[in-house]
Design a protein around this ligand. Structure first.
Ligand SMILES: [Zn+2]
Length: 287
């Protein structure tokens, strides 16, 4: 059964570790993340962007697939199914389809409008027992065509949004989506510290977890980050493993063209990436 991300993130914040959000793209992705979480006895959040939602034939298809897998694979660790960077309309659709968690990304609205729309969703999510993530300060890089410049959030705005009754708060602290450029300045721990000082127990979310050095991840966790989003890194691992299989000509040997064989190295590569992240984030055996 899907659960809200609230309990797992409050425990993570109190225990000074982070729960990974791993974005899914298809059946193999979902199976790889769920099985790894179960093997490591770790709570997990499955992230779905609106683009990936469309790709996987809509939110209802995803809810059916994930619930089916939890049952058929005997997954007993806490699993939240979460809309990543949702629009206001997208969030409502996911709630209707049976997601257990949504993010409303109102960071591109003026703060007043972000607050008004977030408030409405807080009421709906509270009534249904779902978790809600909000964002302050646009997070850089490109995600589903939305491009931000990698800014740092205003801690006072973070406090205003946190006080609306959301479950977890994403705040820009110099992090970006996708691969980090060579000249990246690193995370702004002063900003993160200031945000945590004002928002107290609120679990903070770090987007763009791909390629942030391990020591920065650990420092971010020590300053209140309890959810870390990983997307690109699984994509890169999947693509590299698939490339290696094809370049080695393995698809031309025997029944190597069978999708169950062709996609297996990529599947294993996702599992290895998820395992590495869960160990780094400290969520192993915290289910
Ligand atoms: Zn993000």
């Amino acid at each position: 059964m899907l659960v809200s991300a609230k309990d797992m993130l409050q425990k993570a914040k109190a225990g000074k570790y982070a729960v990974g959000q791993f974005n899914i793209n298809n059946l193999e992705w979902t199976k790889a993340v769920l099985l790894t979480a179960q093997e490591l006895n770790s709570p997990v959040i499955l992230g779905v962007s609106e683009g990936a939602g469309k790709y996987m034939c809509g939110y209802k298809t995803i809810v059916g697939m994930v619930n089916g897998m939890i049952d058929e694979l005997g997954i007993t660790v806490p699993v939240a199914l979460h809309l990543d960077h949702g629009s206001y309309e997208g969030a409502k659709k996911c709630i209707e389809a049976g997601f257990s968690s949504v993010m409303f990304d109102g960071s591109h609205y003026p703060i007043e409008e972000n607050i008004a729309k977030t408030k409405e969703l807080v009421a709906t999510c509270n009534e249904l027992g779902l978790s809600l993530e909000a964002e302050v300060g646009s997070i850089g890089g490109e995600e589903d065509g939305v491009i931000g410049a990698g800014e740092c959030a205003d801690p006072k705005e973070c406090k205003m949004i946190a006080d609306l009754g959301i479950t977890m708060l994403a705040a820009g602290i110099g992090n970006i989506h996708g691969k980090y450029p060579e000249n990246w300045a690193g995370l702004s721990f002063d900003t993160l510290d200031a945000i945590q000082q004002l928002t107290g127990d609120m679990p903070l979310v770090l987007h763009g977890g791909t390629g942030i050095p391990a020591d920065m991840i650990q420092k971010a966790i020590s300053l209140g980050v309890s959810k870390i989003n990983v997307n690109t890194e699984c994509q890169l691992a999947f693509a590299a493993a698939t490339r290696e299989y094809v370049e080695a000509g393995k698809d031309l040997v025997g029944k190597g063209f069978d999708p169950r064989k062709l996609l297996a190295p990529g599947f294993e590569a996702i599992k290895a990436t998820v395992k590495e992240k869960m160990e780094l984030f400290g969520s192993v055996n915290k289910a």
